[in-house]
Design a protein around this ligand. Structure first.
Ligand SMILES: [Fe+2]
Length: 475
């Protein structure tokens, strides 16, 4: 999303400066105009997210401004906040009737504007996300509702009966259904019953549009999961208020559910990270390896243009990359000397074992490629699947570079960690055959920025052992 754009209408220079100060926390781009006409023309260009207008403008008042803005498709989207000085209740009410989203006393602006703006923008964004399905056999009612709701910022689709509505569900499920009762082919009661029996669609809130004489059917529909009803004839304002209530309730439930899932996810990932640490504690020489691999991958993702979220995810993936070694028996995993062919074949199972551990947890499925493919090679000679080049997922190619570098520079019982320069040279030479050239380039960039201090930390804790080998570690 681009920078927020706010249009301020009808204030002199010193007032404008003050308003700008009040709304600094919004970090918005600000456009200023003096007259209503000028403001309407700017809003018509479609790049305004929010309008703050003085109740008194040189060519019209704030109420006229709202009326004109809301009467045209090109200018009706941005919410309008009217700023006045002791306006009468009647004038404020007329402002709202004309389409204002909020009214603020100028003397309160300092304390209220930012919070009101944030609320309005969140509501606006929320409405744009919501898809409402209007099911009514009357073309005029359907059209009136669809237009009205669209004007209020919702996305809307329509169907002339229950059967047509069900067909629409194959393309996109709505977030709410406004449902008439008497319709040909499939009436509202039948549609409610069908949706209620469906495990996916039964959670979609339904609001019944009913006449007083049809309360029997309404009660039946409530039994089938309808959440609310509204008596015809109703006006749009009434309807929107009801919709907002339903969405707000849904929003609360979703927010609570998200919080619960986030906590669960956090506990799960911490549990797995502890497991990875426990794994490393079996062998003091690999202590901290997963943590360092995670930090390097996270750095590479940042340099490749990844978001903070992606950096964090890839970092967790790095920490868990060898989680499958938990299933490898000590006498092989901790064997100080070289491995027999049989032992090597056995240890080659650890990426698959790790992937199997993570597969049972759907929310970290994006980390599986790191765990499963960090021993694949660009020339196809890696394991477990012998993937080649770009067949290897990007994060796994990054993990391979990070894993190799850290393994080279870490001490083992039978050798001392390799000098950095030597390790960097080996990484360079492995480009194209073992390691991905793009990831190696990113690695050198990362090393230039963070590698020195990172490595110094690592070496401070390293132990002095015997002399380094030259070959790239296989594990
Ligand atoms: Fe590994």
């Amino acid at each position: 999303m681009g920078k927020l754009s706010v249009l301020i209408l009808g204030f002199n220079k010193s007032q404008l400066l003050m308003l700008k100060n009040y709304i600094l926390p919004l970090n918005a781009g600000i456009v200023h105009a003096l007259s209503g006409d000028e403001g309407i023309a700017i809003a018509g260009q479609g790049r305004v997210d929010l309008i703050f207008s003085n109740m008194t403008l040189p060519d019209m008042d704030g109420i006229d401004l709202c009326r004109q803005l809301k009467s045209t498709l090109a200018t009706q989207a941005p919410p309008v906040v009217l700023l006045g000085a002791s306006e009468t209740d009647r004038a404020v009410a007329r402002g709202f009737e004309a389409g204002a989203a909020a009214y603020v006393e100028k003397k309160e602006a300092k304390f209220q504007l930012v919070e009101i703006a944030r609320d309005l923008l969140a509501k606006h964004a929320f409405r744009r996300e919501k898809l409402i399905l209007v099911v009514d056999d009357s073309t005029s009612v359907r059209r009136m509702l669809m237009h009205g709701l669209q004007d209020e910022g919702f996305r809307v689709i329509g169907a002339e009966n229950g059967k047509a509505a069900l067909e629409l569900f194959n393309r996109e499920a709505p977030d709410l259904i406004l449902l008439d009762i008497c319709m040909p082919e499939m009436n509202g009661v039948e549609l409610c019953e069908r949706l209620n029996a469906d495990s996916v669609f039964s959670t979609i809130p339904i609001m019944v549009m009913s006449t007083k004489s049809d309360m029997g059917n309404v009660k039946r529909m409530m039994q089938y999961g309808a959440v609310s009803y509204i008596l015809k004839p109703f006006d749009l304002e009434q309807l929107i208020l009801r919709l907002e209530k339903i969405f707000a309730y849904q929003f609360q439930i979703q927010a609570r559910e998200k919080e619960r899932l986030d906590t669960e996810h956090h506990l799960l990932v911490s549990g797995l990270a502890s497991l990875a640490n426990a794994l490393e504690a079996r062998d003091q020489y690999t202590l901290g390896h997963s943590e360092r691999v995670g930090a390097i991958i996270s750095g590479l993702v940042r340099l490749s243009g990844g978001t903070r979220e992606e950096m964090a995810r890839a970092g967790i993936g790095g920490k868990l990359h060898d989680i499958g070694k938990i299933g490898i028996r000590d006498h092989v995993l901790l064997k100080p000397g070289s491995l027999t062919n049989e032992e090597f074949e056995y240890i080659k199972q650890h990426p698959g074992m790790g992937a199997n551990i993570l597969k049972s947890i759907p929310r970290i499925s994006d980390l599986i490629p790191i765990v499963e493919s960090h021993h694949e090679r660009m020339d196809g000679k890696g394991y477990p699947r012998g993937l080649k080049g770009s067949q290897i997922p990007l994060w796994a190619r990054m993990a391979a570079v990070a894993d190799t570098y850290d393994a080279l520079t870490s001490s083992r019982p039978y050798r001392k960690g390799m000098a950095r320069e030597k390790a960097l040279q080996i990484i360079e030479e492995a480009k194209g055959s073992q390691l991905c050239p793009d990831c190696v380039a990113l690695f050198f960039q990362w090393y230039g920025e963070e590698g020195q201090s990172f490595q110094a930390d690592h070496e401070r804790t390293a132990e002095t052992m015997v002399s380094p080998p030259v070959q790239i570690p296989a594990l």
